[in-house]
Ligand binder design. Structure first.
Ligand SMILES: [Mn+2]
Length: 385
């Protein structure tokens, strides 16, 4: 049994004001390409199909095209709702679509939806558990106390009658951790309750494979058979060093499996460049790189620049963020001693040289000293009645 594991598509997402729709179409074409070369039996999408509960028209079109192409490949498609999706909207027409081997698990109703596929080694049961919150499932378990995410997941997984002598795959979209190990987080994941949603992965360890969504960096959680596929694109600058991929899983006979990452290449990469404006604009090396990449530009110029964004965008049109890193921005303003008595005792010249040192990180040259003294004297003379 071979299947693709993907997640966190976030179709329709804008990153720093730039629409990712063309990028998304681009990586979806690569995923279809992998299906044509690898011939998996199924594809699993572990939540966060859309970026918003009410996706825009273009986002719906992009997903419609993707899902139609997946169905045309005649593989089984299994989808769960993530925390960004509206469960009801996502599962629209899902009963009709089951005939097309497309299974969508939207809202959790007390039973985990399962899909059974088989191969020469027997059955593989896929358990499609959409994103849940403790309060949203509490009503389904009257006799149980459900306070935490751990409680909620324990109750929900117990509803599944799992035959662990056969092969089972859990598909889930939650924040799982292995005790004591900090997972790789990304800024594009929205984490509304700051870690309280963490669930101990022990609860799912007996499944033969756990196809997770929610974290945007591809990673294993405590064991090789428990994995986040990660988002197919970089959705924040915290991800510039991540390799984006889809995960290919091969389940052979019970206890025997293979996992590999199939790399995804964006239309334009997201990266960071740093240096002085002149150099960055004329840089020989950057001439080789894609100027349309999504960039965070860090300017190290000492001098004030007029319209830095306009200047940098004339060469790199897709600059997403502009930051400055020089002695002026590095100085810690809070460290300045603002004691009013001390300040009033200082001369104008002394005040200015302190200010200069704070802003630039070094003392004035003799030439600068002479200039400022002259200016202060002229200023004072002109002020006098
Ligand atoms: Mn997500």
């Amino acid at each position: 049994m071979k299947f693709l594991h993907l997640s966190d598509l976030h179709i329709g997402k804008s990153v720093n004001g730039f629409s990712m729709l063309e990028e998304q179409r681009h990586v979806f074409r690569q995923i279809i390409g992998y299906i044509q070369t690898e011939h998996p039996d199924a594809a699993v999408i572990a939540g966060d199909i859309y970026d918003r509960a009410v996706p825009g028209i273009e986002a719906v079109r992009v997903f419609d095209d993707f899902i139609t192409e997946l169905v045309n490949e005649e593989i089984t498609i299994m989808i769960i709702a993530g925390n960004h999706d509206s469960p009801e909207r996502l599962s629209y027409a899902s009963r009709l679509l089951a005939d097309k081997k497309l299974f969508i698990s939207g809202a959790f109703d007390g039973n985990i939806r399962k899909v059974v596929l088989s191969d020469n080694f027997g059955d593989v049961t896929f358990w499609l558990l959409p994103f849940i919150k403790p309060f949203s499932v509490r009503g389904l378990f009257n006799e149980r106390e459900i306070e935490t995410y751990d409680d909620a997941l324990a109750a929900v997984i117990e509803t599944a009658v799992v035959d662990y002598s056969a092969r089972n795959v859990l598909v889930s979209h939650q924040f799982y951790t292995k005790s004591g190990v900090l997972p790789i987080r990304s800024e594009s994941e929205i984490n509304p309750i700051g870690g309280l949603d963490a669930i101990n992965i022990n609860i799912a360890e007996k499944f033969d494979y756990v196809a997770l969504g929610h974290l945007h960096g591809s990673q294993r959680i405590g064991a090789d058979h428990i994995r986040y596929a990660g988002s197919p694109l970089k959705y924040s600058f915290s991800e510039i060093r991540q390799e984006k991929s889809v995960t290919l899983v091969e389940l052979n006979k019970k206890g025997n499996f293979l996992v590999s990452d199939l790399p995804l290449t964006p239309l334009h990469d997201m990266r960071e460049i740093k240096g002085e404006l002149e150099k960055l604009v004329n840089d020989e090396k950057s001439a080789l790189a894609d100027k349309e990449d999504y960039l965070r530009v860090i300017l190290t110029d000492e001098e004030e620049i007029i319209d830095p964004m306009g200047k940098i965008r004339s060469v790199y049109p897709n600059v997403m963020a502009l930051d400055f890193e020089n002695p002026r921005t590095n100085s810690d303003v809070s460290a300045i001693n603002l004691d009013s008595e001390r300040i009033s005792a200082l001369s104008s010249y002394e005040l200015f040289s302190e200010f200069f040192l704070e802003m630039r990180g070094f003392v004035m040259s003799e030439e600068q000293e002479a200039l400022i003294k002259e200016l202060l004297e002229t200023g004072c003379r002109n002020e006098a009645p």
